[in-house]
Design a protein around this ligand. Structure first.
Ligand code: CP
Length: 337
């Protein structure tokens, strides 16, 4: 893919060499994401951050990434604070906002909405999550995290064994992750979900076509044995037509330290795109795992910044100019977890 000037809407756009390129730029940006140096390479550029659905990580890390490259951020954080609430169409919104911004990140509850917006936009648009469809930047940071975590155990993505747990029907992070893993070899995916929340058939077929070994089970203990990564997800209550139906599936698959100890191989890495639902009736990832060194969820969230910085650098064509506009920072914060 030619990143420069492209919309980033789906993992379908990527091949392995695109991902290697992105991760190599991300690695080179580590001194900036860890605040050893600052760069002004995007000075004067404006990110339009358009979030028509709640977000903590995606919105803030995209904004922080743009700021770290020297650019500015203008935000909409809900439909009610935009003129969509007055009946303005997404197309008109795109035509107007792309006059004010150099790049736009958008999240919206409807599948396909970000693509529709991008078609009307005069600047590149990055999909920050469209309904239950896709969350491509999440899959990129998830894969970056998987690679980093596996390398600690001298393993690589080819040959990965991963368990995907929870709401595989509505979880867009899982959908994009399945697509990205389809680019690698010798992958085994264990799909662990209630029958009603199984991975959509089209995606399951895509996995089979990519020669991925797929094992389906409703039994958490059985599914998390003999894997390198457990990737837990939240029941996506907001996607259910009747929210009361979601309650039936909450709390069915809680991973805690005793289940982990009894069933997992040593060094099995625990991931979650977050937010996890920590309310008593859900609690899919128990807080007693805080002390487990293989709990990678906060390292995973941290990686969102450097991967999103790399995306901006490539799409805006400045990946080779970052150091030219850099200097050391004047402050120091210790963020060790
Ligand atoms: N992982 C993720 O998309 O988190 P937010 O909903 O907080 O952005």
């Amino acid at each position: 893919m030619d990143f420069s000037g492209s919309h980033i809407l789906s993992i379908d756009q990527f091949n392995r060499s695109d991902i290697e390129k992105l991760f190599s730029v991300a690695d080179s940006l580590e001194p900036y994401s860890s605040k050893i140096k600052v760069t002004r390479v995007l000075e004067g550029a404006i990110l339009g951050s358009m979030f028509f659905e709640p977000s903590t990580r995606t919105r803030i890390s995209f904004g922080a990434s743009f700021n770290l490259l020297g650019g500015n951020v203008r935000e909409i954080t809900e439909v009610g604070s935009s003129s969509l609430a007055k009946g303005e169409s997404l197309i008109d919104t795109a035509k107007v906002l792309s006059g004010y911004s150099d790049i736009i990140v958008m999240r919206h509850p409807d599948e396909g909405s970000v693509q529709k917006f991008a078609e009307a936009s005069r600047v590149p648009v990055v999909n920050g999550g469209d309904g239950a469809n896709e969350h491509p930047s999440q899959a990129l940071l998830d894969l970056y995290t998987i690679e980093k975590e596996l390398s600690q155990n001298k393993k690589s993505i080819d040959g990965l064994r991963i368990a995907l747990v929870g709401d595989l029907k509505y979880g867009r992070a899982v959908h994009s992750l399945c697509k990205i893993l389809s680019l690698y070899s010798d992958i085994t995916i264990k799909l662990i979900s209630p029958e009603a929340l199984k991975l959509p058939v089209k995606l399951a077929e895509q996995l089979t076509k990519a020669n991925i070994e797929v094992i389906e089970t409703e039994n958490l203990e059985e599914g998390i044995s003999e894997v390198d990564i457990i990737y837990v997800t939240r029941i996506q209550e907001e996607r259910f037509k009747d929210k009361k139906d979601a309650i039936k599936y909450k709390g069915l698959m809680t991973l805690n330290q005793s289940i982990y100890t009894a069933n997992c191989e040593p060094n099995t890495v625990i991931m979650h795109p977050l937010p996890r639902d920590s309310r008593n009736d859900a609690n899919e990832l128990d807080s007693d795992l805080y002390e487990n060194p293989n709990l990678a969820i906060f390292r995973q969230a941290d990686n969102g910044v450097v991967v999103r910085m790399a995306l901006f650098a490539l799409v805006l064509g400045v990946e080779n100019q970052i150091n030219k506009f850099s200097k050391p920072v004047n402050w120091k914060i210790n963020r060790d977890l």
